[in-house]
Design a protein around this ligand. Structure first.
Ligand SMILES: NC(=O)c1ccc[n+]([C@@H]2O[C@H](COP(=O)([O-])OP(=O)(O)OC[C@H]3O[C@@H](n4cnc5c(N)ncnc54)[C@H](OP(=O)(O)O)[C@@H]3O)[C@@H](O)[C@H]2O)c1
Length: 208
């Protein structure tokens, strides 16, 4: 199975590198195809890189490693999205890091699903900082990835993906629960960057 990573910034590069060590094929897409090709070349022969539309076409699962504000526009260039699994990792925060730009009665993931009704949007990884994506940065720690979505096959594929990357995948229910997961991501940013915990912090849920 092939995974596309759209975006070559902090989180896109981190997942492209980490995925290269798994059983998945990896294709990187960027609005600058040269950037995607350069990242792919740096990672190794198993990773392809190029434009956004090509990456969407080649992959079964697409990680949207983009600012929330860029996602709807990128989806208009993505071609036929029927049945594609779109992984929304975003935390839709304002520039001053003080607010969620979508408010609390919807979520970035639900808005992305509305923009791509034929795709299956799955919320995941938004509570994991880029610094914790490499497996070696998590040695001795079992970090949870909360996975929310409405289509059971799609959410199962994303839970498998999280596990292949060495995370503990937690079923977080329907996509609607993204409106609760995104504030958790926001709180993680507060801990990480404003309350002294640093970028190795991550939330976990303790079930009895
Ligand atoms: N960084 C983290 O630790 C972390 C953790 C969890 C979740 N996230 C989420 O991951 C997403 C990406 O964050 P990041 O830290 O990787 O950001 P970043 O380093 O700024 O990278 C953003 C990527 O999106 C691309 N991009 C921006 N606007 C675009 C547009 N209009 N069309 C096409 N591509 C566009 C950028 O391309 P250019 O290089 O051309 O600008 C870049 O490749 C965000 O939604 C964030 O909330 C981040």
């Amino acid at each position: 199975m092939k995974i596309a990573v759209i975006g070559t910034g902090n989180i896109g590069a981190a997942y492209a590198r980490a995925l290269a060590a798994t059983q998945y094929g990896v294709v990187v897409g960027d609005r600058d195809p040269g950037k995607a090709a350069a990242l792919a070349h740096e990672i190794g022969a198993k990773v392809e890189g190029g434009g956004i539309a090509a990456a969407f076409t080649l992959a079964d699962i697409v990680i949207l490693a983009l600012p929330y504000q860029a996602i709807a526009g990128v989806l208009t260039e993505a071609g036929d999205l029927t049945g594609k699994v779109l992984v929304d990792v975003s935390n839709p925060i304002s520039e001053d890091f003080k607010n969620l730009v979508v408010g609390l009665t919807t979520s970035a993931a639900e808005q992305t699903q509305a923009a791509a009704p034929s795709a299956h949007v799955v919320k995941a990884f938004n509570t994991i900082f880029a610094a914790l994506v490499p497996a070696q940065a998590r040695e001795g720690r079992k970090l949870q990835v909360f996975v929310a979505g409405d289509e059971p096959t799609a959410t199962a594929k994303v839970r498998e993906l999280a596990q292949a990357l060495g995370f503990v995948a937690v079923d977080a229910g329907p996509l609607r629960n993204s409106r609760f997961l995104e504030p958790v991501g926001m709180m993680n940013i507060q801990f990480g960057f404003f309350l002294g915990a640093g970028p190795s912090t991550a939330p976990s849920w303790a079930h009895a």
